[in-house]
Design a protein around this ligand. Structure first.
Ligand code: ADP
Length: 831
């Protein structure tokens, strides 16, 4: 047959559980919620099934103030088994509180993991047996009292008998001694009286003991020779809220705290063997279900015949003292475990106590023969010596100071709190305590912060100096521009006062004629017509090509010309700078009749300009060095700020970085102008993809400014042969202008047009636009549109761009409609 067919179903199991005669219940949780209870248990409780699911306290409110609910809690929390015999419990049956006696067991049932899952509660009602025993006990006591009385009677009878015998003897011995007999009678009477007195005295003393015991708040109990308690005074019943009957015998043991129970009962029982006085401390459950500490002292009792009769015990409440002791213990544990520096110092500065953390910090082995000054780092001892005497005058102190580890020689910072300890009786200072947290880490952090602040201040100063320098440069530049206009003014005066010459070329014969001023300048004989060869000889060969093509162009296109070049006076060899402006005059048929113009000495102006260029070049170069250093510092600070997650610094440094970029671009612009003017702007061509360069440049622009939407159309995928950096500068400059001269949020469109021979790049904005009058002058050096001066700039970006494009044999131009936007174009030839 299958094993499982013997197994009962849950219902069947419950039924069996219900039928068991042993009262059984199952509880769960700290409040002993009744999970199940069989009929026998319900009978004991005097309740019906409605108690299932309730906590024990809700189900049986009368249990409040009795120890059982607390026992359940302990069993649940600690997984114990608690059992008791003949234990009294007050239960409400039929509306009346009655005392019953039980043998009971509360057993924690655990799962495989050892966790308590329920409490199995079994109880057997032994009230009848206990009550019967008590009745018997009372009978026995009565019988004993009777016996004692009988014994006393017998003693008396014996005494009387003895007296009678003596009497008889006396009568027999000397009848003559009648008087003596009488005396004996008196004696007899006296003796009787004394016996009676003694008897009275005995019961009197018992009465006195009881009266005394009942009248005191000391807890008094009496035990017999077997340890059974036979008497407890009222203090005991008051304390425990229990009836005398509950406490008698070994009933009191149930009220002893489980942790003290075994120990105390052992002391108690082993005292019986030696029959000597003993003392012990124990916790007793009081009527408020709280434990109270008692100090018990017991002295042995002996009967008149010297036989051991048990103990009389007296207990006093020491709860308060115990709590203080416990507090002290916790406090000293706390001090021992504290990581702060804690110590007690005598007035002669010798150390009385240091906690382990302090000893370890100091690297000491012991505190013997040490003073508090030994703790202090030698450099800080003078400070310590100033502070310490204050304690004598009750001046507590708090000072950040260095102590040191003697082993390693290393100092550590603490916040030294010293305060006076006083004799409570006379308020006299008797020692100093110190409780001092280690603040080394905070100090290090503070120092670091200070160092960073100093670095920042230094960087700020450098920045300020650079700013000043820049402002100065700006001033200088303005002065130069002013001087430039001065030179122009002078030039005008020169023309007005005749300090200029004229020249003329015959378009047909190419014969040249010139005024005396020009001849003198070139070092040609004044009295002869000028010969073209001699003129060309005076002109710096570097400019021959330029002049030839200007001549060709003028004659061919009838356009005017404006050229600048250097000459060497043929007589003196002196170098001079000249400017020749020319115009072609035509007849009514449109044929050129004359190509003529002015010839002006611009040496002074030119030299001025060259000096200015040199100056700009030098200044720009000098500015670059501190700017590079600032840039370096800013980058270091940026990394640090990112590491420290200092958001304010991150933003501020980002701004600083973008300003530095701006400044770098400006300075590079000036450097390039100066290079250009002195013929040092080199073009280094390589092959590269135009679209990639455009993308890169747009991305870079986005990094420093994301106020506009910049789009790129994708037809620029072409390889060109050019100076990648310089073309990059041109694109960047045109895009920057687009951003600068248009409102935030508008669009910048970059696009390309490809043909067989060239690529054209267009940069279109939706900005303020340019007036037609200005549009041709934009590419001149330092030219800025009037009225745009609130927008920062130097008027060199387009000038440089034009020069760069020209050196690539490309073209650059602008189209614009005022108020609507501009398009800047440049072309580059394809190979
Ligand atoms: P700046 O540094 O003054 O901008 P540029 O050489 O870049 O020097 O430009 C010269 C002048 O041309 C500017 O001052 C400005 O008046 C005008 N300009 C340049 N680009 C634009 C543009 N996209 N829209 C309107 N005006 C422009």
């Amino acid at each position: 047959m299958n094993q499982s067919s013997y197994l009962l179903s849950n219902d069947q199991l419950l039924e069996v559980f219900n039928l068991t005669h042993t009262a059984t219940a199952v509880h769960v949780g700290e409040t002993a919620i009744i999970q199940a209870a069989n009929d026998a248990m319900l009978r004991i409780w005097g309740k019906d099934r409605s108690v299932i699911g309730k906590s024990l306290e809700d189900a049986l409110p009368e249990l409040k103030g009795q120890p059982f609910i607390e026992m359940f809690r302990k069993v649940w929390l600690e997984g114990l088994v608690i059992s008791g015999k003949d234990t009294a419990a007050d239960l409400e049956i039929d509306g009346k509180i009655q005392t019953f006696y039980f043998d009971f067991e509360y057993r924690a049932v655990k799962d495989d993991g050892g966790k308590t899952i329920c409490i199995l509660h079994t109880a057997i009602d032994v009230s009848e047996r206990v009550l019967r025993q008590e009745a018997l006990e009372r009978e026995r006591e009565k019988a004993e009292a009777l016996e004692r009385e009988q014994a006393l009677n017998e003693e008396l009878a014996a005494t009387v008998e003895e007296l009678a015998a003596t009497n008889e003897e006396l009568v027999a011995t000397n009848e003559e001694l009648q008087e003596t007999q009488e005396t004996l009678h008196v004696l007899n009477n006296e003796l009787e009286l004394r016996v009676l007195e003694r008897f009275n005295q005995l019961s009197e003393s018992e009465k006195r003991f009881k009266t005394m015991a009942e009248g005191t708040d000391i807890f008094i109990g009496v035990g017999d020779e077997n340890g059974n308690a036979v008497y407890f005074n009222k203090s005991w019943t008051d304390l425990t809220g229990k009836s005398i009957e509950t406490l008698l015998g070994f009933g009191w043991v149930n009220l002893v705290h489980p942790e003290d129970r075994d120990k105390y009962v052992n002391v108690y029982l082993s005292a019986f063997e030696e029959k000597k006085a003993f003392t012990g401390e124990l916790r007793i459950l009081n009527k408020h279900s709280q434990y109270q500490w008692l100090l018990a002292s017991a002295t042995p009792r002996f009967d008149a015949d010297g036989s051991f009769a048990g103990y009389i015990s007296s207990c006093v409440d020491i709860t308060e003292r115990k709590l203080i002791e416990l507090e002290r213990l916790n406090l000293s544990k706390l001090i021992e475990a504290s990581s702060e520096f804690i110590g007690l110092v005598e007035l002669d500065l010798s150390i009385q106590y240091l906690n382990p953390a302090a000893i370890q910090k100091l690297g000491w082995k012991s505190i013997a023969n040490r003073t508090i000054l030994d703790c202090v780092f030698p450099d800080d001892r003078a400070t310590a010596e100033l502070l310490l005497p204050g304690i004598l005058h009750n001046q507590n102190f708090r000072e950040e100071i260095r102590f040191w580890n003697e082993e390693t020689g290393k100092p550590f910072w603490i916040e030294w709190n010293g305060f006076a300890i006083k004799n409570e009786a006379n308020d006299e200072v008797i020692a100093m305590a110190t409780v001092s947290p280690d603040i080394t880490e905070r100090k290090i952090y503070q120092e670091e912060l200070q160092a960073i602040n100093m670095e920042m201040a230094a960087a700020n100063e450098e920045l300020a100096t650079t700013n000043e320098e820049l402002a100065q440069t700006h001033e200088d530049l303005i002065q130069y521009v002013n001087r430039l206009s001065d030179s122009e003014e002078k030039l005008r005066q020169a023309i007005e006062t005749g300090r200029m010459g004229t020249w003329s070329i015959d378009p047909k014969t190419l014969e040249i004629s010139m005024s005396g001023f020009v001849k003198a300048l070139l070092g040609l004989p004044l009295d002869q017509p000028a010969a073209m060869e001699a003129v060309m000889q005076a002109i710096n060969p570097e400019y021959h090509d330029m002049l030839n093509s200007a001549l060709e162009n003028a004659l061919k296109n009838h356009s005017s010309s404006d050229t600048e070049y250097s000459i060497n006076n043929l007589l003196t060899g002196e170098e001079k700078w000249v400017r020749a402006t020319g115009r072609v005059f035509v007849d009514q048929h449109g044929n050129a009749t004359e190509y003529s113009g002015l010839f002006i000495d611009i040496t002074e102006q030119k030299l001025d300009e060259l000096r200015k260029n040199d100056f700009i070049g030098m200044v720009s170069h000098e500015l670059k060095t501190p700017l590079t250093a600032i840039n370096g510092f800013v980058q270091v600070l940026q990394r640090k700020a990112k590491k420290d997650e200092d958001n304010y610094a991150i933003i501020a440094l980002d701004k600083a970085h973008s300003q530095i970029r701006k400044m770098t671009t400006m300075i590079n612009g000036f450097l390039n102008v100066s290079r250009l003017e002195s013929g040092k702007l080199l073009i280094e061509k390589t092959d590269f993809n135009l679209e990639e360069l455009l993308k890169e440049t747009i991305e870079e622009t986005y990094i420093s400014q994301s106020s506009h939407q910049i789009t790129l159309n994708t037809t620029c995928d072409v390889t060109i042969h050019a100076d990648r950096d310089k073309i990059g500068n041109v694109i960047s400059n045109l895009i920057s202008n687009g951003l600068k001269y248009s409102d935030n949020g508008t669009k910048i469109e970059v696009s390309c047009k490809l043909s067989d021979t060239e690529v054209e790049v267009q940069i279109k904005d939706e900005g303020i636009g340019i007036k037609p009058d200005d549009i041709d002058k934009l590419f001149e050096r330092y030219y800025r549109v009037q009225g745009n001066h609130t927008i920062s700039g130097f008027g060199i970006g387009l000038y440089l761009s034009a020069e760069i494009i020209e050196r690539h044999h490309g073209k650059i131009w602008a189209e614009s409609e005022e108020g609507k936007g501009s398009v800047f174009h440049f072309t580059l030839p394809l190979k």
